[in-house]
Design a protein around this ligand. Structure first.
Ligand SMILES: C[S@@+](CC[C@H](N)C(=O)[O-])C[C@H]1O[C@@H](n2cnc3c(N)ncnc32)[C@H](O)[C@@H]1O
Length: 233
């Protein structure tokens, strides 16, 4: 399962960084916020937890963890996305460590986090398996991995509606607001189709020494929330 090369992904997100937050809210009718809330709830954090939000983009999920009182690090390899995050953290009066890093080669020591989260990021990582192994390495034993992501939708009605929206409506809106001349929003449905199915992703987690705690379909399965725990040796 191989996503486009990292450089391509970086330049795509670099190009849409300026409009990313607006488009996210606008194109998802604000549902993305509810999904992130579910991720926070699924992570079941306590205030002393150390959290790494991977592929953090412009920082919303990392900031939400920091607001729960967690000691939070946000990491992403696209500078233009990451640079939007610190002013938002300041505005929310929380402190987050922002690190420019590749999910496939994390600059953190083993067993350092209680929670690693990835929202709509793992699908874009060139080698998702490698990134999951890195999540495992940096998590403490018993630490939770929380993944929010779009997967191919099993329900035919929701799949039809999703494809209609993502293939027909979304690229037109994105073109009108001139988001992503590199085709970020035509890439989105294609990357979902080419990504792991939810079942295959669950298998990837279990074969990477995680115990799956839950796999929850959100909004008819348009997105899913996986919570898994790092097994003890
Ligand atoms: C769709 S955005 C999601 C951003 C944020 N998590 C959110 O929920 O809005 C995907 C992010 O993944 C990042 N990304 C993709 N591949 C990556 C990698 N190998 N290492 C680090 N970040 C990566 C991109 O730079 C981009 O900011």
């Amino acid at each position: 399962m191989v996503a486009p090369a990292g450089k391509q992904v970086q330049s795509m997100f670099g190009e849409i960084a300026e409009r990313y937050d607006f488009l996210n809210g606008f194109l998802s009718f604000g549902i993305d916020r509810l999904w992130r809330r579910r991720a926070i709830k699924g992570a079941a954090v306590s205030a002393s937890d150390k959290v790494l939000d991977l592929c953090c983009g412009t920082g919303d999920l990392a900031i939400a963890f920091a607001k729960e009182g967690c000691q939070t690090t946000g990491a992403d390899f696209t500078y233009q996305m990451l640079s939007k995050a610190p002013p938002k953290a300041d505005k929310n009066k929380v402190s987050v460590d922002w690190v420019q890093a590749d999910a496939q080669q994390l600059p953190f020591t083993d067993d350092s986090f209680d929670v690693v989260s990835i929202a709509f990021g793992i699908r874009n990582v060139e080698n998702a398996e490698l990134a999951i192994q890195e999540c495992h390495r940096v998590l403490k034993e018993g630490g939770r991995l929380v993944v929010l992501e779009f997967f191919p939708i099993p329900n035919p009605v929701w799949r039809f509606l999703f494809r209609l929206y993502f293939l027909r409506v979304l690229p037109v809106i994105a073109a009108v607001v001139r988001a992503g001349r590199t085709g970020a929003y035509t890439y989105l449905p294609q990357s979902v189709d080419e990504f792991y199915t939810a079942n295959a992703f669950a298998k990837l987690l279990t074969s990477s020494e995680f115990k799956l705690l839950s796999d929850t379909a959100l909004t008819g399965g348009v997105s899913r929330l996986f919570v898994a725990v790092k097994k003890s040796q």
